[in-house]
Each structure stands twice: as C-alpha cells, then as structure tokens.
Design a protein around this ligand. Structure first.
Ligand SMILES: [Zn+2]
Length: 202
C-alpha cells in the first residue's frame, strides 16, 4: 500500500492518494486546483476508482466534482454527513468559496468496509468536528480528516461541531489496539502512540 500526500487548496488540505501494487487507488479528500493530483496519477499510471470523504467541509470537497468527472470515480461519504455535504451554509463553502453541494454515490456508516483493489478501508465514525466526520482505517494507517492532528484536533465551532463529542471520538481512537500511522486532514503525519503520549485533547 502506497500513500502519497498532496497539499492542495488555499488552506493547505491534505489530499491522499492510496494505491495498491496494481495501481488501483482511492483519493481521500480533495480541494483546490487538482492539477498536481492529475500529474501524480498520470506519472504513476494509477487508476483512481473511489473518492473517500472524511467529512463535508468546503476545504475537503472543492475538487471532488472535477476529479470524479475526470476519472469516473465513485464518491463515498458518511450517511450522517449528507445534510452538511448538500448545504453550502453547513459546509461553510457559502462563506469561504463558491457554494458547493456534493451528492455522494455511496453512503457509509460505522464498521463498513470499502475495498479498493487489495486495500480494505474500514469506516470509523468519529463525530465532533462535524456530526458526520469519519476516519478510514487501512492496515495500520488512519486517515483522520479533521478529527485528529499532530498534537491537536479539529475545531468544533462550525455548524454541527461539538467539543464534548470530538473528545469522545478522540478517546475512541486512543483505545484502538496497537499503533497506527495517522494521516490528518491538515499538517504532517504522526502516529497514534505519539498522540496518546502528547496530545492534550486525548
Ligand atoms: Zn473540516
């Protein structure tokens, strides 16, 4: 399993391209001008099949329509994020960029498994940053969206956010067995074991 991080969009959102040895890949969140993503995919002859969304904020969905159209990807997101994805006021795109409305092809919930080539992503519901925030677990990797950052966590003052709820979600992550590499929605990667030790929100 290969993970490529591309920082995209005007507030530097991490777009992850997760591919297996055959080149089948998933794109996790994508904002801004997708050109660097297209170049990476072309250079490595990858075959994007799915776009997986950790949550519906404008800075994670800005390039979804373009990428979906270019490759014919299927878009997966949490059932509990449906309202936010379709409402530019809830997903904050009305205030920050052009109004965005995303209609995912497939809705997922806690415990669902998404198969991308030889990679299995398990869905873990981690509400708090938004009500439908989810993490994707694949092998010993967590794609944590804006739930868990290096030494920090996502804000909870935007629509559907709730501070006590994100704290409970961070405990859920803390209680996972063993160590994981954590790939957050913003900033550098970290590990779960390191966050258990130093993250004040955990
Ligand atoms: Zn967010």
């Amino acid at each position: 399993m290969n993970v490529k991080t591309l920082e995209m969009g005007y507030i530097g959102t991490n777009c992850y391209v997760v591919s297996d040895d055959s080149g089948i890949c998933a794109v996790i969140d994508c904002d801004g001008n997708p050109q660097p993503l297209y170049e990476y995919i072309a250079q490595n002859q990858l075959k994007p099949t799915y776009i997986l969304l950790t949550h519906g904020h404008f800075d994670h969905i800005g390039a979804v329509e373009a990428v979906k159209e270019k490759y014919g990807c299927t878009v997966y997101a949490a059932q509990k994020e449906a309202a936010l994805l379709s409402d530019p006021f809830l997903n904050a795109s009305a205030m920050a960029s052009t109004p965005l409305r995303i209609a995912p092809d497939v809705f997922v919930k806690d415990g669902d498994v998404i198969t991308v080539g030889s990679i299995s992503f398990s869905v873990l519901e981690t509400p708090g940053h938004t009500q439908g925030s989810i993490c994707f677990l694949a092998d010993k990797n967590i794609f944590s969206g804006d739930t868990l950052f290096l030494g920090s966590c996502g804000r909870t003052d935007l629509p559907t956010g709730d501070y006590q709820t994100i704290l409970a979600s961070l405990q859920k992550l803390k209680n996972l067995a063993g160590d994981y590499v954590v790939y957050p929605g913003h900033g550098p990667a970290t590990t779960l074991e390191y966050e258990r030790k130093i993250n004040p929100f955990m």
